[in-house]
Write a protein that binds this ligand. Sequence first.
Ligand code: NI
Length: 182
Amino acid sequence: MAILKIAKMGHPVLLQRAAEIEDPTAPAVHALIGDMFETMADADGLGLAAPQVHVPQRLVIFHVPGDDGEIDEPRVLINPVITPLSQDMVLGWEGCLSVPGLRGKVPRYPRIRYTGVDPRGRPVDVTAEGMHARVVQHECDHLDGRLYPTRMADLTDLIFESEWRYHFKPDDPDDDEDNDLD
Ligand code: NI
């Protein structure tokens, strides 16, 4: 496995539509997944999309943060499709490993269904809400060449992470989390 270089905002790979993966069981795909997990852990991210490591294919990995702040097992989603299960959107803070040093308040659907396949080619069909839904929407946006600032309605809410920590970070003494969303 290897730690891969993360593309930053401005790199064209982050602006293109990623290609479907024809064979999720291919050794090259599994090798990429391994490298992406190593890269995500090294960067303290909650999720990572393949285009962020310069591979324009429809593959994302992520952790699902629980209500108790614990993070559950990692998930892999290939060729994902998202269906919103609500009309309204809610604002929440996001960060992105491709947009280092910044945080923004981004509108997302609070409840979604997502489908796709896992690395063994088995179908995935999940209903998600809250942070889980937000992470998946953020990651899947990367597959369509979207970065979170382009989803923001009010750029007043695009701020430096250092200021976010000081003014907006939830005040939780047990919170040693230092995660960018991806
Ligand atoms: Ni991101």
